[in-house]
Design a protein around this ligand. Structure first.
Ligand SMILES: [Mg+2]
Length: 212
């Protein structure tokens, strides 16, 4: 019997980094990309458009930047403890990301995350094409994914927690019984029911439902 699901954003939530910025280091475009990310997360520009713009700067990079980037990703403080606490309470943790499946497919199992969804970088002949394939995981798709996972697990919204830091997490927060802003942008802090401003995921544990 699964008692709840915690659906969390990845970049600047479950991990300390923005993966697109780590990838952009290799392209020498980090400053430009970081500036666009900040505007997207504050909700000042459209996420999907901003993602295309940022990914375009990665065009031509060798595929090996992905494994180099994976090695540089730093999990947020307390991630292992939070995942343990969720599982001890018969919960599940899902990660829904505007970042990339090539990174999350490696990291999510390492972190003990139960399910995940992200964008897919297009790669041909060992090089990044500077594009993403398939549906872009934006605010709307994050909310849809949360609904899908809740339905698959047979959980009503009261047993769903959404957590994130950016403007593209706002819609999924509206679908959840509890919304948590984690070291979030002002708009997100104001919107969420709970705001955690200490950079430590163990702060989330008291808000998890108790074991039935
Ligand atoms: Mg984020």
């Amino acid at each position: 019997m699964i008692s709840f699901v915690l659906v969390a954003d990845v970049d600047s939530t479950l991990i300390k980094d923005e993966v697109i910025e780590l990838l952009a280091d290799a392209a020498g475009t980090r400053a430009e990309v970081a500036q666009i990310t900040a505007r997207a997360m504050a909700g000042d520009i459209d996420f999907a458009e901003s993602l295309r713009e940022r990914v375009a700067t990665l065009r031509g990079l060798p595929e090996s930047v992905i494994s180099e980037t994976i090695r540089r990703v730093r999990p947020s403080n307390g991630l292992a403890e939070l995942v343990d606490a969720v599982h001890r309470r018969q919960g599940r943790i899902g990660a829904v990301s505007g970042g990339f499946s090539q990174v999350l497919d490696v990291l999510a199992p390492q972190y003990g995350i139960d399910m995940w969804r992200a964008n897919s970088l297009s790669i041909r002949d060992g090089h990044l094409l500077g594009e993403v394939t398939g549906t872009i995981v934006d605010a709307r798709v994050k909310a849809q994914t949360l609904r899908q996972w809740s339905a698959d697990l047979g959980l009503p919204s009261a047993q769903v927690i959404a957590m994130g830091d950016g403007a593209n997490d706002l819609l999924m927060m509206d679908e959840a019984g509890l919304s948590i802003a984690y070291c979030a942008k002002p708009r997100v802090r104001e919107h969420a029911q709970v705001s955690i401003d200490v950079p430590d995921l163990r702060e989330v544990i008291p808000y998890l439902p108790q074991t039935p």
